[in-house]
Design a protein around this ligand. Structure first.
Ligand SMILES: [Zn+2]
Length: 276
């Protein structure tokens, strides 16, 4: 995960229809408060044409660089869902808790700060309605609750905070920096998903090959072995290897966080940059 920085102003659909729908939902819950809070009355579904309207998705696609906010895989527009960080309809304490509790964070269903993009695997198969808190007693249960979301301490990394404060990489494997990272890796199955791990391994292998190539050239230059320098330059695409390394840590690349840890501040030697 890397930090998602959104445009400050919410798309107009959220500022107009989103605000209206939120007001309606709040009024409905205010009028039927006990049945909603006990779960005897289930909440209305949020309107996907509003929170997932074209302008909203377009704006999110830009700030996500077309990537899932959790696993950092690039996805086509149709393969990526609007993700509510705080579940809109109902929540569970974690993946082991099957009991749906009502209501979810209905008053944040159209809230710009609560919306992200996530692949279907992260969104549906893994995270689902999980939203674990350090202290479940502090959960904000309705829009008028004295416990506000500002008082909650989520155990799921917020993509707009700095995810790398919580999850880092050792090779292709994510590891937790703290309790939040630990719970997030578990809830999203970031270590368990075979295909996701294979994709990360392939990406890292490609990056490692590029790094090894550039480093072998640097070493030959360092040792003054001009025949080897010539050989490498004549047989390998150094410019492409350098481009791979430089692109890997850009937010637009897949698995940026993994690449940042793997390269660990590495920069291509100026003598190589002068050659290409
Ligand atoms: Zn994902």
């Amino acid at each position: 995960m890397i930090k998602i920085s959104k445009a400050e102003q919410a798309p107009i659909t959220l500022r107009r229809r989103g605000v209206t729908e939120t007001t309606n939902d709040r009024n409905r819950v205010s009028l039927n408060h006990p049945p909603f809070l006990t779960g005897t009355e289930k909440l209305m579904d949020a309107i996907s044409e509003v929170y997932g309207s074209g302008p909203v998705k377009n704006s999110l696609l830009v700030c996500h660089n077309g990537k899932c906010c959790y696993c950092e895989r690039k996805k086509d527009r149709v393969e990526i869902d609007i993700e509510h960080y705080r579940p809109k309809r109902s929540f569970t304490e974690d993946r082991a808790d099957k009991q749906k509790k009502y209501p979810g964070y209905y008053w944040l269903a159209y809230e710009w700060e609560n919306l992200y993009l996530s692949c279907k695997e992260c969104n549906i198969t893994w995270k689902g309605t999980s939203f674990p808190l350090k202290n479940p007693l502090q959960r904000s249960r309705w829009h008028g609750d004295a416990n506000t979301v500002a008082n909650e301490q989520p155990l799921l990394v917020n993509p707009s905070a700095e995810p790398r404060d919580h999850i880092r990489f050792d090779g292709d494997a994510p590891y937790p920096v703290d309790e939040i990272g630990l719970e997030t890796i578990e809830e999203l199955g970031l270590l368990k998903r075979v295909k996701l791990r294979e994709t990360r391994v392939t990406s890292l292998k490609h990056l490692r090959n590029s790094l090894n190539l550039v480093e072998s050239l640097r070493s030959a230059i360092e040792l003054g072995k001009l025949d080897i320098v010539d050989h490498i330059l004549n047989t390998q695409d150094i410019a492409e290897a350098v481009a791979d390394i430089e692109a890997a840590i850009l937010p637009s690349s897949e698995f940026t966080s993994m690449a940042i840890d793997f390269l660990d501040g590495y920069s291509v030697d100026q003598r190589i940059l002068d050659l290409i």
